[in-house]
Design a protein around this ligand. Structure first.
Ligand code: ZN
Length: 173
């Protein structure tokens, strides 16, 4: 068995948002903290949380490397957790907060799980499928549509984290 790679030290700190102000920035801060945890485990720093009526019902980060699973994206793991917690695959009324625009697989999952809303921090013109590269939410025959909040919530912080990670990866001998 190969040795696990030594994680690159994460130069970013977790956020400590006020519990009193339960707004988009609050929930995105929790997703950001998941992304920091991902980095510390040498995973691409993307995090997601799912909120329903002010309660966190799912919270995860990428585990693609450690799980050897290309489907182990933050959004998929958080959706699975939330559905298990509710005992219901329909996440009606829930909002997914994720630090980067969902990929084709995760964008599909946000529709299939009937989330009410998706709020993502960093648009992804290459692989994002909720407005970046394409928009699955705009398929004319899909009968469930999400409310979308595209960028603007901790966007700079989440982008800085991703860019710094990939910059370090590239220079890692
Ligand atoms: Zn994904």
């Amino acid at each position: 068995m190969a040795d696990l790679p030594t994680p690159l030290p994460c130069p970013f700190e977790k956020r400590f948002p006020s519990q009193l102000q339960r707004d988009d920035a609050f929930y995105m801060s929790l997703a950001y903290n998941q992304a920091i945890d991902a980095w510390r485990r040498d995973e691409v720093p993307i995090g997601a949380v799912i909120e329903l009526n002010g309660e966190i019902i799912g919270s995860a980060h990428n585990t693609v490397e450690s799980a050897h699973d290309p489907t182990a994206h933050a959004e998929i793991l958080a959706i699975t957790q939330a559905a298990a917690k509710l005992g219901n695959w329909r996440l009606e009324g829930a909002t997914l907060y994720v630090t980067k625009e969902p990929c084709p697989m995760c964008s599909g999952a946000t529709l299939m799980s009937r989330l009410k809303r998706v709020c993502y921090a960093v648009p992804d013109p290459k692989m994002g499928c909720l407005g970046g590269a394409t928009d699955l939410n705009a398929l004319p025959r899909v009968n469930h549509h999400l409310e979308l909040t595209v960028g603007g919530v901790l966007e700079t912080e989440c982008r800085d984290l991703l860019q710094a990670f990939f910059r370090l990866k590239r220079t890692d001998p």
